[in-house]
Structure formats: structure tokens, C-alpha cells
Write a protein that binds this ligand. Structure first.
Ligand SMILES: [Zn+2]
Length: 72
């Protein structure tokens, strides 16, 4: 089973694994936002200005994002 990476509950960015396994995963854009492995839909956005998905997610910088992040 492949480990699901964390995604940011605020900006939907999929977060890389921490360099050390006991480090807390945090979004560099929104450090106070909750993160979760409960998300769906992996999208790679190369050019946010030309992407409908990016507009829908309010994404302004290129990267990998989750389409839906489930934060309670
Ligand atoms: Zn974020």
C-alpha cells in the first residue's frame, strides 16, 4: 500500500514528505492551516493563469494540488 501524502486544507496543495520522518508536515503558504491525508483528485497545475481547475481552486502558483480536501 502506498502512503497517501498530506494535502493542505487551505490551499489544496499536496505537500511533500518531510525530510525527517518525525517532522510535522506543514504547508509553506499557510503554516497555520490543517493538513490531512483525506483528499481526492491529484492535479498538476503548470500554468495557473490558463487552467480552469486552478481558477476553481483559487490556485495562483504552479504545483500539485488535490481537487477535494476533506477537513472537518
Ligand atoms: Zn496551503
Amino acid at each position: 500500500m502506498v502512503k497517501q501524502p498530506f494535502a493542505c486544507g487551505e490551499c489544496n496543495r499536496i505537500l511533500p514528505d518531510p525530510a525527517h520522518k518525525n517532522d510535522v508536515v506543514q504547508c509553506t503558504n499557510c503554516p497555520s492551516a490543517p493538513v490531512t491525508t483525506d483528499w481526492q483528485g491529484y492535479v498538476i497545475i503548470l500554468d495557473p493563469t490558463r487552467s480552469e481547475v486552478a481558477k476553481r481552486l483559487n490556485v495562483t502558483s504552479p504545483g500539485t494540488y488535490a481537487l477535494k480536501v476533506n477537513i472537518r
